[in-house]
Write a protein that binds this ligand. Structure first.
Ligand code: UDP
Length: 239
């Protein structure tokens, strides 16, 4: 399948149309942004890590019964995916307090949560992706009540699966953000990516950060952290 025209350029990815209207090609860039685009930079090799890791995890999730947009990895940075209209929600799951949760609620970073939490944010850069609840979502027409119930059920199943998987490679899954889309026939599927850009990964023993927080917080060793996560994920395959 070949790219025809660029239809969208985001902060970390470009999306192209293909000759099949049901498919798109996603191309992962090394560009990194944080704080709603205020901080900009490049993380060398990030596009390759995010593409491969996301594809690997989506295939695992698909086998575990979660429908995803993944179709075929075309190259190190490019993947054929099902075309969806993105539901404009960032769906955030947290197992351990960190980031904006710690700031908002005054819960020290690293505090394990008594049960996983779920947050929805309305995807809108101008508004700074405000947190919304199910009433807001249905009232504004971003998704129906049934859609929200389905997204919630998928999301907790995804969390259970990913937590177990990462535990097996000595990584604590602190929190993550996912997005869902709707196919032309109205099916909700997991879209976007699952990568060190969108998850907080801590080494299970040392709590060393192995994700985009190294870039956000200028901790150094950004490329090494992405490389380390890539190694651990793919080593798990050869076991
Ligand atoms: N996240 C993301 N994109 C966003 C906001 C958050 O992928 O626009 C991820 C982030 O990497 C983390 C989780 O969602 O794994 C929770 O992020 P948080 O709300 O703590 O925001 P942050 O502290 O990253 O601003």
């Amino acid at each position: 399948m070949k790219k025809i025209a660029e239809i969208y350029e985001g902060k970390a990815k470009k999306v192209y149309s293909t000759e099949n209207p049901e498919y798109c090609i996603v191309s992962y860039k090394d560009d990194a942004t944080a704080f709603n685009g205020l901080k900009k930079g490049t993380i060398k090799g990030k596009g390759v890590v995010n593409n491969k890791m996301s594809n690997f995890l989506m295939q695992k999730l698909e086998k575990a019964g979660i429908p995803t947009h993944f179709v075929e990895e075309l190259s190190e940075r490019e993947t054929l995916v099902k075309k969806v209209s993105i539901i404009p929600l960032e769906v955030i799951v947290r197992n351990v307090a960190a980031g904006s949760f710690s700031k908002r609620f005054g819960v020290a970073e690293g505090t394990p949560l008594k049960r996983p939490t779920l947050e929805f944010c309305y995807k809108n850069d101008e508004l700074g992706d405000p947190m919304v609840n199910e009433y807001h979502i249905v009232a504004c027409g971003w998704a129906t009540e049934e859609d929200v119930a389905e997204i919630t059920a998928y999301t907790f199943k995804i969390n259970d699966f990913l937590r177990e998987f990462f535990k097996g490679i000595n990584v604590e899954l602190v929190d993550f953000k996912i997005e869902f889309g709707k196919t032309a026939d109205g099916k909700i599927i997991l879209a976007d990516e699952i990568s060190p850009d969108t998850c907080r990964f801590w080494d299970a023993a040392t709590h060393e950060k192995l994700d985009k927080d190294r870039f956000r917080r200028d901790l150094g060793g950004v490329e090494d952290a992405y490389g380390e996560m890539m190694n651990r994920v793919f080593k798990s395959e050869s076991k």
